[in-house]
Design a protein around this ligand. Structure first.
Ligand code: GRF
Length: 196
């Protein structure tokens, strides 16, 4: 049966677009809602244009009340009867209260070769470390940040003179290949890591 997917974005949503574009009739999953904490996210505008349902829950009125923010998202998601969640550039940390019920059913893409460089500024950190390669990882989400079983990785070379932006652009191209490929396999119950 086709898996019902919710995709969480905070920004431009290029990974979301890559996922949605890949979910054609042959795909084991279908996008049913795009979720954001940011009403102005480019990804939300694109989703509306594409005729997809959207849910926006602004995190700011909740302040430090992460549980309240997450409860509002859960309530809004209830009617969509989701099987899977794909985090795609969703820039809010989700607590164990939200993550645990979705364990094994929530994926994230992170712009580094995990376990290297959890958290932010991954491209600058790879350059500062003098690494010769970098990349991106799709993993299952667990309560620990940017942790959880790895479902796939793609590698890119680091070239002399690269800036963090150069590297980010090179990695992002691979993200757009890796994430849809991993989701196809995962939604077909194939958890074998995909190493590109
Ligand atoms: C991607 O690099 C993703 O890995 C990171 O944030 C960026 C989001 O880009 N977490 P986009 O919104 O998918 O274009």
């Amino acid at each position: 049966m086709t898996k019902r997917v919710g995709i969480f974005v905070s920004g431009g949503g290029s990974n979301m677009r890559a996922l949605v574009d890949d979910m054609d009739a042959s795909h084991p999953a279908t996008p049913v809602v795009i979720v954001s904490n940011n009403a102005d996210a480019g990804g939300i505008a694109w989703a509306k244009e594409a005729g997809l349902a959207t849910v926006v829950v602004d995190h700011r009125p909740f302040g430090q009340d992460r549980a309240g923010f997450e409860a509002a998202i859960s309530d809004a998601l209830d009617p969509f009867d989701l099987d899977l969640i794909c985090l795609a550039g969703f820039m809010r940390v989700l607590t164990a209260g939200f993550v645990t019920p979705w364990r094994g059913r929530m994926l994230n893409i992170h712009p580094s070769l995990l376990p290297k460089y959890r958290g932010l500024h991954t491209h600058a950190r790879a350059l500062e470390a003098g690494d010769t390669e970098h990349g991106c990882t799709v993993h299952l989400v667990t309560p620990e940040l940017d942790d959880g079983p790895i479902l796939g990785q793609a590698r890119v070379p680091i070239r002399a003179g690269d800036t963090p932006d150069d590297l980010a652009a090179r990695v992002l191209q691979q993200e757009h290949i890796l994430y849809p490929s991993v989701l196809r396999r995962f939604a077909s119950d194939d958890l074998t890591p995909l190493m590109l």
